[in-house]
Structures are given as C-alpha cells and as structure tokens.
Write a protein that binds this ligand. Sequence first.
Ligand code: MEV
Length: 450
Amino acid sequence: MNGDGTTAPCSRIQGFYRLPREERLRVLTAFADLTAADLAALDGDAPFHVLDAFVENAVGAFPMPLAIATNFRIDGVDRLVPMVVEESSVVAAASNMARLVRDGGGFRTEVVSDLMIGQVQLTGVRDPEACRAAVLGAREELLALADACQARLVERGGGCRDVEVRLLDASDDDGFWMAVHLLVDVQDAMGANMVNTMCETLAPRIEALTGARVGLRILSNLSDRRVVRASCRVPVSRLSREGMGGAEVRDRIVAAARFAEVDPYRAATHNKGIMNGIDPVAVATGNDWRAIEAGVHAWAARDGRYRSVSRWTVDPGDGALLGHLEVPLQVGTVGGVTRLHPVARLSMRILGVERASDLARIMASVGLSQNLGALRALATEGIQRGHMRMHAKNVALASGASLHEVDQVAGALVAGGEISASRAEALLAELRRRPRPTAAENPLPRAGIA
Ligand code: MEV
C-alpha cells in the first residue's frame, strides 16, 4: 500500500541498500512489473553485435554500476530511478534527499517549452533586414518543406513549428553573418537526426531566397526552447542534523546556493552537482549526456555570465525550504540507443515513462535532489565525511579485500574514522589473521546509507 492510501507502487523503500541483490531485484520486479527475462539485461552487457552497431572499432564493453534511487515522488507518482554512475554517494544522496522532499509533498515539475532548434548559418549577407524578410516571408513554404522530409514525425503529431532569423555579431568581406533557426517539435525523440535532416533539406531553398551563402546546417545543443522546471519544498523540521536545528540548516543551504548565484567559480561546481543527478539517468536510458551537459552549461551562461541553474529560498508562510531548478533537457524515449540497448530498455521500464517530456521531468527532479544533498552536506558537516564513508568500499576493494571481506573492511574504516589505503591494508591483514566470526558475532559494522 502506498503512503497516499492507494495501491500504486511505492518508491519509499527503507534500507534498500541493506538488502542482498536478489532482494533488491525482487523489490524492483514487483515495483515495475518485470519478469525474470527483463532482469536478464542486468546480468551481462548488451550482446557484442549490438555494441558493434553503435560505434566503429568496438572491442568490448565498459561495465558501470546501475543503481536504483529510491523514494522519488514526482507530480504525485512514485518512481524508482535507475542511475548509471561510478561516483560514491551520488545515488545515496539522491535517495536520501528524495525522502525529505517526499515529506513536503514530492517534486513538482512543468514543461516550459518543448521544441528543438536547428541552425542554418548564412554568410555573405548584404542586407540583413532584406534577408530576414525573405526568410520570414517564405515561412509557410519552409515549414512545409521541413515537414515533408519528416513525414513520420508529422504523422506522430510533430513537425517544424516556426522559423526565426538572428543577426550574429560577425561579418566577413562578403557581408554579415546570420542564422536561420528552425523550431521543431520532435515529440519523443531527442531529435538530432530529424532536425539535422530538416536543416540540410531547407538550406538550398534558404540560399535561393536570400542570395546569401549557407554555412553549417546542424541542431543547436543550447536547447533553450526545450526547458523543464522542477521544484520542491522541504519542511523545516526535516532539515535538522546532529547538533543543528532545521532552521539553521535551511538558512545555511540558502546562503550556500546564493554563493553559486554570485560567483561563476562556485556556480560551475554547484551545477556539476546537479549534473551528478541528471547524467546518470541520461546514461541509464541511453541518452546523449554530452548534448545535455552542453545545453545546461550554455543555458547557465545565457545572460553573459555563468550562474547556477537552481535557486533555494524560504517559504515566507511556514518557513519551509523551497528548491527550484530550470534546465534545458534534450532527451528522447524513442530512437537512438534507448530502444536498442537492453539495459536502457530496462531502465525505461523501471521508470515507467513513454514520453520524452516525462523523462525530462524525472531528470530535473533528480538533479534538484542531488543539488539539495550536496548543499546540505557542504553547508553543515562538509562533503568529505559522507563522501569518504561511501568511498570506503572502493578503498577496501583497492586494498585487495575479497568480495566477502569488503563490507567488513569498509565498515571498520568508517567506524575508525580514518579512510585511507594504508588503514584498509592494516585492517585486511588483521581480519585475515582472525578466525572468521559468525554473522551474529561480526564486530565490524557495515558502511551504508539511510
Ligand atoms: C561532487 O561530485 C559534487 C559537489 O562538488 C557539488 C557541489 O559542490 O555542490 C559536491
């Protein structure tokens, strides 16, 4: 039974990290209505012939952990979120913060706009105003031409929606530079191929209309017409930490976020923390995370100065902490690798989304959750304590601990407060000298997350 009294699957799972893998898979299977055959994708990588089709010169695969972030409630729906990431504490932080946000009603999202941009560059423009008028005067013809080369997209309800013309701050001996923008509704695709094809198809006609020379014909990754918002509220009572009241933690978080609003050096790190949430979902679902990164960072600098893409404030009514994130997210749920890669397909099943805009809503929520986790840690105890606690397993593994020893060594590292390679080696040696304790007697605690 869900917390809201319905029988919808509930993502609030206590101690998921403590469960053995089989149990985690059981929970996942029940949540997303999966079969054993669905889960088989998690046992190995995609078949080599599939990988070989993605890129040239493939020789193998690079396995990364696929983990599940729990506790997310987004627009009233519970979600378990697959994340592919190698950085300790990312998944734990996302899950923990989603738990706090859940107590404030969960994440709320909004799709602000949903169009991709294609660019046709023009050089040698003699008269910019005449050029603009020629393109805009042929708007209907250009839209029809663009749609005609993407008939299936049009059938699905998409298509080229508008044409814009921009004068660039550049010229050469032959004249000014301009850019014609095509605004395209790509429906549930990321849309790069469709937009690029439209740009290439329209280029000769635009050249003929304007008398200018066409340069590049390619989408823009500054997808500022495909923007999603996520927001959340955290009751102040949920923010208290050891020795620090909720109101103080809240105020410190707000001040920490302000640092990122006023300083681009801090903003870059702040936004990197947000991408710690967004990128792993992009990878898990087979999306192009380089495009997303390019878009978000360019967006962060859209007014000429690089800024944070989130804001944290205080609700004047009840004093709750309010978070707000607005980012361009160019993602797809059809086409590309998403439907071909078995693990990406499984991730989509777990997420339970069909629409690209719904995937974007989830990604923005995870980004905001991640941002909250980083700010809360940074503004209170500092990032290293939690980070090193999560990193302890890596240190234990690097010291040579076997599968059966790693939890014990990591737990002892955390308990001892010194998480270093030399300490891990000493603990491992000590462990191997000792007779094996039974599980009940095991004196070494496990590293873990709430
Ligand atoms: C580390 O991967 C991310 C953080 O640096 C983000 C931040 O500073 O806000 C902790």
